[in-house]
Design a protein around this ligand. Structure first.
Ligand SMILES: *Cc1c(COP(=O)(O)O)cnc(C)c1O
Length: 424
């Protein structure tokens, strides 16, 4: 094993240091394995109950009427998330699209959308119209309001009560911190907020952006009364195999409105050929609990390594996790670059290229990105990126297998060690 690591460029001091850190993580890793086991059983039970069969993997074309695979998969999602219905489609192109669909289909002119977890994910700003954009909710006369989380990351209930107006139609909650430094919300915390909102006005639709959160806990926001739970299939629930797609799990009414918007009024869920992607959707969802567990182990390993070397990590090394993202603050640009070089060098795909900081649309500084993925942009696969500006933090996530996540982190540490930025 050591020889193989050596042939991959990992030196003895790095291996020894990492080995000590790993020894201290046995208990944490056991908890993650336990959670993966729970979620794996949950998914298998849903697949059995929905009577998944080999016919479900057949490709359909054209209108896609009577697509058994599509209908059964949506049942599997609904059974796993404990919702009345679900929409799981390759025609939903990404997470942003799934969220835009959930919002635009369930809001009408004159309605107000209220985000109670502060600023939403960057790409939603144009969807909502916070930044003006063609076809935004704002252009359709849907207004937007927002309450901030408190200093400690919890919901500001007084502010929420005051922000709910007669035309508030939907409340949006983002589970993951995304690329902010606030803590990620647990499903239970989200449940409390939903109960609070429903206590004021039971008819308000509660929607949760569940990106990066699926299978990180035993329960999902849908188990706590969310009317819509929304995410991307090139993150956790696709298990690394889904080549495209998004999902919405929720109430019958919300899903029907989303389906009427995705295809057409009158057609709804009845059309949408699946063109042969169904097997990857099923198999990816089947693997998702253990894939998510691998990514979680990687995040915890990285947090413990870099915290013990004196860097600030978010979440902290010992903190509980509610998503798979790990931030490491290096405080100097070379740290971010070396880290990303290490992640890239560990990849199964494109390992020979060197990532470089570059100007990117929508960013006010150069950004460096490392990814060597089977599916373009897939962030359940091992990936890292960081804007080249203070506090010089790198955001890192994914890893389809724990040994790969481990190798990526070892490679990153090796780079920093070789360049003299850390002493072991
Ligand atoms: C990734 C992400 C999105 C958007 O998903 P894309 O697939 O990148 O469009 C939205 N919200 C959160 C919290 C995310 O992490």
């Amino acid at each position: 094993m050591e020889q193989l690591y050596e042939s991959l460029g990992i030196s003895r001091p790095v291996l020894d240091f990492a080995g000590k850190i790993l020894d201290s993580l046995e208990e944490r890793f056991r908890e993650i394995d336990d959670m993966a086991e729970y979620n794996q059983l949950k998914v298998i039970r849903a697949m059995q109950e929905a009577r998944v069969s080999a016919e479900c993997f057949q490709a359909t074309s054209g209108y896609g009427y009577n697509d058994l695979g599509r209908e059964t998969l949506e049942r599997v999602y609904a059974l796993t998330f404990h919702t009345e219905d679900a929409l799981v489609r390759p025609q939903i192109t990404c997470g942003t699209h799934a969220l835009a669909l959930a919002l635009s289909s369930n809001l009408r002119p004159g309605d107000e959308l209220l985000s109670i977890s502060g600023k939403p994910y960057d790409t939603l700003e144009e969807v909502i119209g916070i930044r003006p954009s063609c076809g935004s909710l704002s252009e359709y006369g849907i207004t937007y309001a927002q309450t901030e989380l408190k200093e400690d990351g919890s919901f500001n209930y007084d502010a929420i009560r005051n922000a709910i107006r007669p035309n508030t139609r939907m409340v949006a909650i983002q589970r993951s911190k995304g690329y902010l430094t606030r803590p990620t919300l647990s499903a239970e915390q989200i449940g409390e907020a939903i109960a609070f909102v429903k206590g004021i006005r039971p008819d308000i639709i509660c929607m949760v952006d569940n990106c990066y959160g699926e299978f990180v806990e035993k329960l999902e926001p849908s188990d706590f009364g969310a009317d819509m739970t929304v995410g991307s299939l090139i993150k956790n629930p696709g298990g690394g195999l889904a080549p495209i797609g998004g999902y919405i799990a929720g109430t019958k009414e919300c899903i029907e409105r989303a389906a009427y918007r995705l295809t057409s009024p009158g057609l709804g869920k009845e059309v949408g050929a699946t063109l042969g992607v169904m097997q990857s959707f099923y198999q990816g969802f089947f693997l998702a609990p253990v894939v998510t567990a691998a990514a979680l182990k990687g995040a915890i390993f990285a947090a413990n390594i870099y915290e013990s070397l004196g860097f600030k990590v978010v979440p902290g090394a010992k903190e509980k996790r509610y998503d798979i993202i790990q931030a490491v603050e290096f405080g100097f640009p070379e740290g971010v670059i070396a880290f990303c070089e290490g992640i890239q060098a560990a990849a199964p795909v494109d390992s020979y290229v060197t990532p470089e900081p570059w100007a990117m649309p929508g960013y006010d500084s150069d950004v460096i990105m490392a990814a060597g993925a089977f599916v373009q942009g897939s962030s359940i696969e091992l990936s890292a990126d960081g804007p080249i500006k203070p506090p010089y933090a790198v955001y890192f996530q994914g890893g389809l297998t724990w040994p790969h996540a481990k190798l990526g982190i070892l490679k990153s540490l090796q780079r920093l060690y070789e360049k003299g930025y850390v002493t072991l």
